[in-house]
Design a protein around this ligand. Structure first.
Ligand code: GLC
Length: 599
């Protein structure tokens, strides 16, 4: 019998998703088709030619379902309806049909951990009595007594904290005004957690899957996939105190070009950061979640075999994440180790090695992701003094990034990600090199984390700002012409020159770099390849160098330029130099990645 503790590498499937480049659309902010200042499905439809030209294989849409928008749509009131903000089911169908016509797959977001408080189930639970079937769909409990034996139930059932700040429990008031039971919400008060022990909940979510599969969705991005099952008895947990506060990475010198190397001193305020990875806890990464994904795997299999699921699971180490992508569970999981590595050669190489090994052990493709709607954009993170830091939002009072440095590194990091085998996820706007909006006025903020932490966490609005399509138009063309309606979040002036119309066809622009990199990746089948570190690989000196097929990827995260190996020519570079100069390049500058081909 094979030793079960030694994983046998399994072959990666040949399905479309195994090497797909997926473009994340945050519908509120991608494109506004009806001129109300809010992005919508018609806007997505209109911009499909842009995505086809960019060269991606699929789109993933963050939630567009009926929702009071207490958490940007991750608070779903009806899983089978499109919110009027975004259009109608017919708009979804038209968008999906056109996407398929253009060869683009469509992945929709599934939010199974919690519903909105406006969901009919939760409304029924509020009206129902303790112990009723309506309350059994959620996690209602009596409170603990403040005065022992008094039955006052004044204390929350346990000490869990909401991921967004504040307590994870809210107490109800009964119809007669008396205090009632408490309900669990790992996120906002308006996002009550579902009870995944309840067969009715399980059946409902199967039915939601089938609803979107029947409409033609090619897959699901599964929100908070590590959170659905809670440890029996809901025990207290003091682990939050162990979570990393302060900088997430080691202190390192910054190397602003033209600047003397500058070391952090303790007198300087480090960027406040909280790791989104939790140590083992009673509410995340419980073994019971895997049974749910085996069940869903069987539902997807009813549809012919190439539908997929990708897990949003902030778990570590990579071996724990690999459990979500075993052959009978999901197809992919976001690789947050890679995202959290930051701009640091050693950490990046470690994340690449660990994730490739863990994914290979279960026969799943790796994924590579640098930005999404929950993280400060990588073009901004990499422009901070410590480019491995992971702040939860950046405000005007915080350290401001070096935008040019951040963008150079972001472009270089993207070329690394796109040359790795597996699937890559891009977040809307990164192909324009958009920075985080780091000076949003507080009055414009919408993210519940900002309010639940009384502003201690700035939140995620800065990466959710509507895209600039045309520099000369109001709202930089987000709403297509002068609708008179300003975009729902204000755009920074820096977005103007980065608008899509300014970069289209412009040699050296970030948009053209992404187009070229995606075409190169596709032509050389890099997503189906392997990683073999080459002689030039020296993470201690800031150099990443690997071979994938006939391409050598050399990324310079160090302090001095690095020679191009003899016998090789630069085919693509993340730097600003004109393509005509590339063949003559014999040095890879700092903060640059090149793709090399043999002469
Ligand atoms: C996921 C989403 C995030 C949302 C949270 C609660 O982490 O990506 O945007 O706030 O789940 O649904």
């Amino acid at each position: 019998m094979p030793n079960p503790s030694v994983p046998v590498p399994r072959p990666v499937p040949s399905a479309w998703w195994a090497d797909a480049v997926v473009y994340q659309i945050y519908p509120r902010s991608f494109a506004d088709g009806n001129g109300d200042g809010m992005g919508d499905l018609r806007g997505v439809l209109q911009r499909l030619p842009y995505l086809e030209k960019l060269g991606v294989d699929a789109v993933w849409l963050s939630p567009f379902y009926k929702s009071p928008q207490a958490d940007g749509g991750y608070d779903v009131a009806d899983y089978r309806q499109v919110d009027p903000l975004f259009g109608t089911l017919a708009d979804f169908d038209a968008m999906l049909q056109e996407a398929h016509h253009r060869g683009l797959k469509v992945i929709v977001d599934l939010v199974p951990n919690h519903t909105s408080d406006e969901h009919t189930w939760f409304q029924a639970a509020l009206r129902a009595t303790p112990g009723s079937p309506e309350r059994e769909r959620y996690i209602f409990r009596d409170g603990k007594d403040e005065v022992p034996g008094s039955g006052d139930g004044r204390l929350a059932p346990n000490n869990w904290k909401s991921i967004f700040g504040g307590p994870a429990w809210t107490r109800l008031t009964n119809a007669d005004g008396s205090p009632g039971q408490w309900y669990l919400h790992l996120f906002d008060t308006r996002q009550p957690d579902l009870n995944w022990e309840n067969p009715e909940v399980q059946e409902e979510m199967r039915s939601v899957l089938r609803f979107w599969l029947d409409r033609g969705a090619d897959g699901f991005r599964v929100d908070v996939a590590h959170g659905l099952v809670k440890e029996a008895g809901l025990p207290d947990w003091d682990g939050a105190a162990a979570m990393v506060e302060g900088t997430t990475g080691p202190r390192r010198e910054s190397h602003v070009p033209g600047d003397a190397p500058h070391a952090h001193t303790d007198a300087e305020e480090p960027h406040r950061a909280v790791s989104p990875m939790y140590p083992p806890s009673p509410f995340f990464d419980q073994d019971g979640v895997h049974e749910i994904y085996r069940d869903w795997n069987r539902v997807l299999a009813e549809y012919g075999g190439d539908r997929m699921m990708v897990a949003e699971a902030w778990v570590e180490p990579a071996e724990r994440l690999a459990r979500y992508v075993r052959p009978d569970e999901m197809q992919q999981a976001f690789n947050f180790d890679f995202l959290l590595a930051g701009w640091d050669a050693g950490r990046m190489a470690d994340a690449i090695n660990a994730s490739l090994a863990a994914a290979a052990s279960v026969g799943a493709p790796c994924t590579w992701v640098l930005s999404n709607h929950d993280t400060v954009r990588h073009s901004t993170r990499f422009g901070l003094k410590d480019p491995t830091t992971f702040p939860k939002g950046i405000g005007a009072g915080d350290e401001q990034p070096d935008a040019a440095l951040g963008l150079a590194r972001a472009r270089a990091a993207t070329l690394v990600a796109l040359a790795l085998p597996g699937s890559a996820y891009l977040y809307q706007g990164e192909e324009l090199g958009l920075p985080e909006h780091t000076t949003l006025p507080d009055a414009a903020r919408q993210d519940p984390t900002f309010f639940r932490t009384q502003g201690a966490e700035i939140g995620r609005d800065g990466c959710r700002v509507p895209l600039p399509w045309a520099q000369g138009e109001p709202g930089f063309g987000f709403s297509g012409g002068d609708s008179g309606q300003a975009p729902w979040l204000p755009q920074p002036d820096s977005f103007g020159p980065l608008a899509a119309d300014q970069q289209d066809g412009e040699e050296g622009s970030t948009l053209e770099l992404y187009r070229a990199a995606l075409a190169f990746r596709s032509a050389r089948h890099l997503g189906r390849g392997t990683v073999e570190w080459t002689d030039e690989h020296a993470p201690d000196s800031g150099l990443l160098a690997f071979r994938n097929g006939d391409v050598i990827v050399l990324s310079n995260l160090g302090f001095a330029s690095a020679p191009v190996p003899n016998g090789y020519t630069v085919a693509l570079s993340s730097g600003p130099e004109p393509a005509s100069d590339r063949a003559a390049m014999r040095e890879v500058p700092v903060d640059c990645t090149v793709y090399l081909l043999e002469d």
